[in-house]
Design a protein around this ligand. Structure first.
Ligand code: GLV
Length: 328
């Protein structure tokens, strides 16, 4: 029997690759970046499954060339890079990796919050640049976190765990989400905000955890930034496009807010000469919130398991479009 073909867009998941090789012919793009469009098109046309990363865009044009394709498995929780409606119409299943990365992302969100509040990267840069020449704390004065108000937008798996960690910092926690989660409110002592504006006005730290959708694109723009406190910090580990980056840059320069810690930007990578990268009250990391070594491997394993389940017609760990089954 001929073995099905699986294409992986990266060569950095040895365990997941081994798992897939037990069942399929696995073809791996050898450069650690997104394969060119033509290569992706060829693979979409000839493979039964593709294993992708959140940077690999799978649009309807690409999908229109699919013949054998049964599943797109992304090693990510965000799926804004995949045209799920087009995949469903073609009978192609789409899977992601929820349930494994939340703690790693919540840890990282907190790392960013601590960094921007207590000016850790700023101070580190200063020491390395030879500016620490006398015992003077004044240039490094920073902001407390404990006792302040944390605003969370999007109380999914990551937002929930960010809130959970905040209880250890004795914070007031207020959230706004698509759906109200009363059980979590009771568990963690969270306050529900009926509208975003209430969270914007109340927060000393505003952390974004919503998926990127047409509704959340530029959800934080000039109007919203103007509603925030002058002393407030924005932390974004969701997607760069949830924030209007021009408006954010302006707000930071005009000191409408105190600072921003961003694991995601628009575009990615952010150009070296972007004004944001020159501001002292900004910390930027290269979209790595989920990238602990342990979690990196666990996500890859789950993405492989999604493929194995889909190709063997057994229940998938995480299927985003079960409707696709009726078009297969
Ligand atoms: C990372 O950005 C993810 O969506 O998992």
């Amino acid at each position: 029997m001929t073995r099905k073909k699986v294409f992986m867009t990266r060569n950095y998941h040895p365990d997941a690759t081994e798992l897939l090789k037990e069942h399929y012919d696995v073809d791996i793009w050898q450069e650690n970046n997104t394969p060119p469009y033509d290569i992706l098109r060829e693979k979409v046309e000839n493979c039964s499954a593709i294993f992708i990363e959140s940077y690999d865009k799978i649009d309807s044009e690409l999908l229109s060339s699919s013949k054998e394709l049964e599943i797109i498995s992304t090693r990510a929780v965000g799926t804004d890079n995949i045209d799920i409606a087009a995949a469903t119409a073609q009978g192609v299943l789409v899977a992601n990796t929820p349930g494994v990365l939340e703690n790693a992302c919540a840890d990282f969100t907190w790392a960013l919050m601590l960094d921007i509040a207590r000016r850790i990267s700023f101070s580190d840069r200063s020491v390395r640049d030879g500016k620490w020449t006398k015992l003077d704390q004044l240039p490094y004065l920073s902001t407390d976190i404990h006792g302040k108000t944390l605003g969370i937008v999007g109380l999914g798996g990551i937002g929930y765990r960010v809130a959970k960690r905040a209880t250890g910092f004795d914070m007031r926690i207020i959230y706004h989400s698509r759906t109200r989660k009363r059980e979590i409110e009771t568990e963690l002592g969270l306050e529900w905000a009926e509208n975003l504006e209430l969270v914007l006005k109340s927060s000393d730290y505003l952390s974004l955890h919503m998926p990127l959708t047409p509704e959340t694109e530029h959800m934080i723009g000039e109007y919203e930034l103007n509603k925030m406190k002058k002393e407030a910090f924005l932390i974004n580990t969701s997607r760069g496009r949830t924030v209007d980056q021009h408006a954010l840059t302006k707000a930071l320069i005009e000191k409408k807010i105190a600072g921003a810690a961003l694991d995601v930007t628009d575009p990615e990578p952010i150009p070296k000469n972007d004004l944001l990268t020159t501001l002292p009250n900004v910390v930027i990391t290269p979209h790595i919130a989920s990238a602990s070594t342990e979690n990196f491997a666990n996500m890859a394993k789950m993405a492989a398991q999604n493929i194995i389940a889909a190709l063997s017609n057994t229940p998938m760990p995480s299927c985003l479009n079960p409707d696709a089954y009726q078009y297969r």
